[in-house]
Write a protein that binds this ligand. Sequence first.
Ligand code: NAP
Length: 261
Amino acid sequence: MDLKLKDKVIIVTGGASGIGEAIVRSAVNEGAVPIIVNRSEDKGKELEKELLDAGHQCLFVQADLSKKEACKKAIDETVSKFAKIDVLINNAGYNDSIGLENGSPEQFMESIQNNIFHYYVLAHYALPHLIKSKGNIINISSKTAVTGQGNSSAYIASKAGQLGLTREWAVELLPYGIRVNAVLPAEVMTPMYRGWLNSYDNPEAKLKEITQRIPLGQRMTTPEEIAATVLFTASEQAGHTTGQYLFPDGGYTHLDRAIGS
Ligand code: NAP
């Protein structure tokens, strides 16, 4: 199937690591032009250089997306270099474990600023360009938005809020033909996931405990499998799909986990 993503300009926040990096790498394989927006500069520059050296088109924009000005800069630099935006993939996020007991009102607001504020701000500044291109938006949320996790109030509020924004924007942007969808990963091995796993005394035992409860294949979802779902949904092959929540998670969220054990 041809996804017809050639020369499409695709902004990927958090594009230098984990799921975002997999989306960027899969995008260039489709001939698309990924814009890697990331806070840490070294990883972003390194990935940009590797892709440019391999003959692909891309751009790295360093931005701490908790700041409104940085979000605007990401949009402005994209348009100044490539004159359009076809897809916005809101992906950057971090589970900072700000809970109800282990947290404060200030930490809660700071986490909200880090995790959901930029989903809105980027969409706001990208909108005029998406209207022109009749583009689309994908919000990367999390299965924890619908299951909870414990000790993660601000992260879960952000992830659930991203689902609300997905439905809300899908409605608001119907007149422009702009589709908006959400992808909800569950268990995907990335630097963030590895960091969380390593907080346990025996990370490998914890990993085994988790994977044996994943119904399809008792294994983690790969970042590339998330990327494939995201790029298909962003493509015109998914042209009648909007306001949807997609769970590429081996059945972890919805199937009876007893099936796997
Ligand atoms: P990751 O490996 O930590 O990658 C996230 C990237 O986002 C990092 O490069 C990080 O940059 C960047 N980032 C985070 N906050 C940022 C900000 N405020 N401004 C700019 N860049 C920022 O994490 P991941 O596991 O791929 O997660 C990607 C998305 O998937 C997140 O939204 C996460 O909630 C969601 N998710 C992941 C899983 C999973 O199992 N991995 C499950 C459910 C949902 P720095 O390195 O500079 O911090």
